[in-house]
Design a protein around this ligand. Structure first.
Ligand code: GAP
Length: 448
């Protein structure tokens, strides 16, 4: 079993992520988040929002609609240029991306085993936008697209932002939301999906080469530091510049933050793009609405440039899980542990009664559980707590280790005498005693 298969299986078994619409046979490249996955994903998005939006004076947030008229995508260049090369197998008619040698080889192996002669069609271009129709009548229904990147929702609102908030350059707009791409070969679990979530910053600047270069360098480093903040080892991430032939149609320069994945090596996690004036200029032309900015100080009018940081939420979830997954030994027993940062862990504290057949202990454990749940949520530690009284205590620790819960609090016989509990640390297995009074503050402080 590969490490990726192990993660897929753990995700399903423990309620992180399920194949989309599974009871109907699933849908390729589509996944649903379960109770634990949704917490992990939420924590990653919250960390993005804090660092890229909430903690900054020069960045505002917004949330645009998913459906946009076809004209938006003509203007942005996506209807014409957002394509992948496609080849079709002449034996079984399966379509594969022509530039993905791994997928091609994998497909060829199947027919080689069947002793068939492999033949591919000539490559053609395939547009990745997902189209839909909106309107009650077939004839008059308007053609719309599910956004292929969340970016365009920001650019088409540029004038609204200027007119309502009156920001001064440089300023940024942060956004998190779903994007859709009709990927030819969805693969590698959450890595290449057809429906996924992005977290982005569009940072508008003066159209000036020096400013552009400096701002680009700043955000490249900022995004990399942010990614390390998810708990990655130094050697697990790198920055790589796109070759000219890899760059998207809108990019003057492009760098990726890549993760050293156990499936096929370095994989894109984020893209940092110098988009120049491509988007605002094209939307000005196509919408006939002036999207320029007036610089009050210099008395100049110009179309700003855009430096973009664009990250995949689901890829961050996947890479965080791969990085955190550890098999080790504790107390002479093998165990699986997700060494997630406490801030990211779906459940921060699990509360156990040492035994489930002693009423006072179970009642006290319930009391501590209720207290922690209420106090920690009220104090904005965004803390999820769990209660578990099934099986022996060792098994309960293992269950929490496997989903990355950093602390387990146990109520035992001594608790009934002195109102203290044990706190067990996930990574070391060490236990210490702590009074119930102040337990919320103690755990909250450890969460930072
Ligand atoms: N607005 C720029 C943009 O969309 P991109 O490099 O095409 O740039 C940005 O996508 C990020 O979105 C990628 O770095 C990746 O993390 C995520 N992403 C793109 N396609 C994806 C897919 N099919 N499945 C999951 N995540 C994807």
């Amino acid at each position: 079993m590969t490490k990726l298969d192990t993660i897929v299986s753990l995700c399903k078994r423990r309620g992180f992520i399920f194949p989309g619409s599974e009871i109907y046979g699933g849908l390729s490249g589509i996944y649903d988040y379960g109770p634990l996955g949704v917490e992990l994903r939420h924590n990653i998005k919250q960390y993005f929002w804090n660092k890229f939006v909430a903690e900054r004076d020069d960045v505002y947030g917004m949330s645009a609609a998913i459906l946009m008229p076809a004209r938006v995508w003509e203007a942005s260049g996506h209807t014409e240029l957002f394509t992948d090369p496609l080849v079709e197998c002449k034996i079984c008619h399966e379509r594969v991306r022509a530039d993905q040698s791994e997928a091609i080889q994998e497909h060829e192996r199947v027919h080689t085993k069947e002793k068939k002669k492999i033949e591919w069609s000539e490559p053609t271009v395939f547009n990745l936008l997902v189209e839909s129709k909106l309107g009650a009548s077939e004839k008059t229904a308007a053609s719309v697209y599910l956004r292929g990147e969340i970016t365009q929702g920001v650019h088409v609102n540029f004038k609204n932002i200027l007119d309502s908030i009156h920001p001064k350059l440089p300023f940024g707009i942060g956004q998190i939301g779903k994007a859709f791409r009709n990927e030819i070969t969805p693969r590698d679990f959450l890595f290449r999906q057809r429906e996924f979530e992005q977290m982005e910053l569009q940072y508008y600047i003066k159209p000036n080469e020096k400013v552009g270069l400096e701002t680009f360098e700043y955000w490249k480093q900022f995004a990399l530091d942010w990614y390390y903040g998810l708990g990655f080892r130094k050697e697990s991430l790198r920055l790589r510049q796109h070759n000219l032939d890899e760059r998207a149609h809108y990019a003057k320069d492009a760098w990726d933050i890549e993760y050293n994945a156990p499936f096929g090596g370095w994989k894109e996690a984020w893209g940092i793009h110098h988009r120049g004036d491509w988007d605002l200029k094209r939307h000005s032309e196509y919408s006939k609405i002036d999207l320029s900015y007036f610089d009050e100080e210099k008395k100049e009018r110009y179309i700003p440039w855009d430096i973009e940081c664009s990250g995949g939420v689901d890829r961050a979830v996947l890479f965080v899980l791969l990085e955190a997954y550890t098999e080790d030994e504790m107390g002479g027993e093998k165990r699986v542990v997700l060494k997630l940062l406490p801030q990211l862990a779906p459940i921060k504290v699990a509360v156990f009664p040492l035994v489930s057949n002693k009423e006072e202990i179970v009642a006290k454990a319930r009391e501590v559980y209720n207290f922690l749940q209420k106090q920690l949520v009220t104090n904005h530690y965004l803390l999820a707590t769990a209660f578990d009284d099934i099986g022996n205590i060792g098994k309960r620790y293992r269950r929490q280790d496997e989903i990355g819960t950093p602390w387990c609090v146990t109520i035992d016989y001594q608790t009934l005498e002195d109102n203290t509990v044990t706190i067990r640390d996930r990574d070391t297995g060490k236990q210490g005693r702590h009074p119930i009074a102040g337990l919320d503050k103690y755990l909250g402080d450890m969460l930072g």
